[in-house]
Write a protein that binds this ligand. Structure first.
Ligand code: ADP
Ligand code: ADP
Length: 229
């Protein structure tokens, strides 16, 4: 059993009116091992977000199968979604809450019982304890990113997916963010990140898949992949 598993996964966006259809995923076969730090590398428009969004329950696939932590998303979409936390690309703005309130609201949304919540622990792991009760709008960009990671973790999913989390983030904040993600990985979370930076995948991931025009063109442990490039 895998953390994520896609078999002949396809997605065609239907063009409205005169717009043509767009085949974003053209038969993706991919297995992400449990416990790995997995990189999904590819240029803009390759299909990375589409792939992630199907697992996140944000987009419907056209055909093929997708399993999260062994659960088929068609058979039990709720259980499949509970097994995954997704950190989106954009920073959303729940600016009127504090980090503590933001995480409590998210935990409520996921139906995590009060006794099982780990809000303060998450704030600690992501270096936000000092800002626990500050308004989110007062946080720096890097802190907001870390809060997004924490939000994706409130239900303690075994898999954390980060969609281009360092796009537009300066190098210092990028390093910080990676330290926190590495910490989560060390504590047992399977990490999947999408990126169009080879160096980023190279530095962080132990296995890398390259996706282009909706197809996987390589998927190997980092060492063997880099030898061929
Ligand atoms: P990425 O950085 O992953 O390539 P984009 O900037 O291409 O993301 O897309 C941002 C959002 O716009 C996504 O939610 C995507 O679904 C949507 N989108 C991208 N391309 C199109 C398109 N051709 N038509 C409609 N929506 C699109
Ligand atoms: P990536 O994340 O690798 O940049 P995406 O999954 O965002 O790639 O996009 C894959 C292809 O699908 C692109 O050509 C994009 O323009 C198109 N696309 C993405 N979202 C939509 C959408 N909502 N409607 C139409 N086309 C889309």
């Amino acid at each position: 059993e895998y953390a994520l598993e896609a078999t002949d996964l396809r997605k065609t966006y239907r063009g409205g009116g005169k717009a043509p259809d767009k085949e974003a995923l053209r038969g993706i076969d991919l297995k992400v091992k449990r416990g790995s730090f997995f990189g999904l590398l590819g240029p803009n428009g390759a299909g990375k977000s589409t792939f992630i969004n199907i697992f996140a329950g944000l987009t419907n696939k056209t055909s093929g199968t997708a399993r999260t932590w062994g659960v088929d998303i068609d058979q039990d979409s709720r259980a499949a979604r509970a097994a995954i936390g997704v950190v989106p690309q954009e920073i959303s703005a729940d600016v009127f809450f504090t980090p503590y309130e933001t995480l409590e609201l998210m935990a409520g949304f996921y139906g995590v019982p009060k006794k099982e919540r780990r809000t303060d622990e998450l704030l600690e792991v992501l270096g936000l304890t000092d800002k626990r009760d500050a308004y989110v709008r007062q946080l720096s960009g890097g802190m907001k990113r870390r809060l997004l990671v924490a939000k994706a973790m409130v239900h303690t999913p075994p898999v954390l997916v980060l969609d281009e989390p360092t796009a537009g983030v300066d190098i210092e904040l990028r390093r910080q963010l990676w330290d926190f993600v590495r910490e989560l990985h060390a504590r047992g979370t399977t990490i999947v990140l999408t990126t169009h930076y080879l160096e980023e995948a190279q530095e962080l991931c132990d296995e890398i898949a390259i996706i282009d025009h909706g197809k996987v063109i390589a998927c190997e442990p980092k060492e063997t992949l880099l030898k061929r490039m």
